[in-house]
Write a protein that binds this ligand. Structure first.
Ligand code: NAD
Length: 110
C-alpha cells in the first residue's frame, strides 16, 4: 500500500508516518516545502521516501501523484499557527490551491 503524506516534515504528519511505517505493507512518501517543518522529523526508514515539494504548486505535486499512484493521501501541508496565519492571510488562501491539487488528482487517478 502506497501512502502520500503532505507536510511530512511537520509534527503531526511525521508522527503519522512513524505509526504507518510499523505496518510492513505500507510504503510512505512524504512531501514538504519546509515552511515550518524540520528535516529531523522525517522518518529514516527503508520504506519511507522524502521529496521536497510545494503542494500548492500544481507543477510540483502533479508528477509525484502521477508517478506513485497512491492508495491513500493524508493532506496536512498548511500554514499553521495563529500568529503566522494572521500575519500572512494571503498565504493561507494559497493553501486552498493545495487542497484543490490533491482532490483533483485523487479524482483523476480514481
Ligand atoms: N498540532 C495541532 O494541534 C493541530 C490541530 C488541528 C489541526 N492540525 C493540522 O495538522 C496539520 C499539521 O500541523 P502540525 O501542528 O504538525 O504543524 P507543522 O507546522 O509541524 O506541520 C505542517 C507542515 O506542512 C508543511 N507545509 C506547509 N505548507 C506547505 C506546502 N505548501 N507544501 C508542502 N508542505 C507544506 C510545513 O513545512 C510543515 O512541515 C496542519 O494542517 C494543521 O492545521 C494540527
Amino acid at each position: 500500500m502506497k501512502v502520500l503524506i503532505t507536510g511530512g516534515a511537520g509534527f503531526v504528519p511525521s508522527s503519522l508516518a512513524d505509526a504507518l511505517l510499523t505496518n510492513e505493507e505500507v510504503e510512505v512518501v512524504l512531501v514538504d516545502n519546509f515552511l515550518t517543518g524540520r528535516k529531523e522529523n522525517i522518518p529514516v526508514h527503508a520504506k519511507a521516501r522524502f521529496i521536497k515539494c510545494d503542494v500548492n504548486n500544481y507543477n510540483e505535486i502533479a508528477p509525484i501523484v502521477t508517478a506513485f499512484r497512491f492508495d491513500y493521501i493524508f493532506h496536512y501541508a498548511a500554514v499553521v499557527g495563529v500568529k503566522r496565519t494572521l500575519d500572512n492571510p494571503v498565504m493561507v488562501l494559497n493553501d486552498i490551491q493545495g487542497i484543490k491539487n490533491i482532490l483533483t488528482w485523487q479524482k483523476v487517478l480514481g
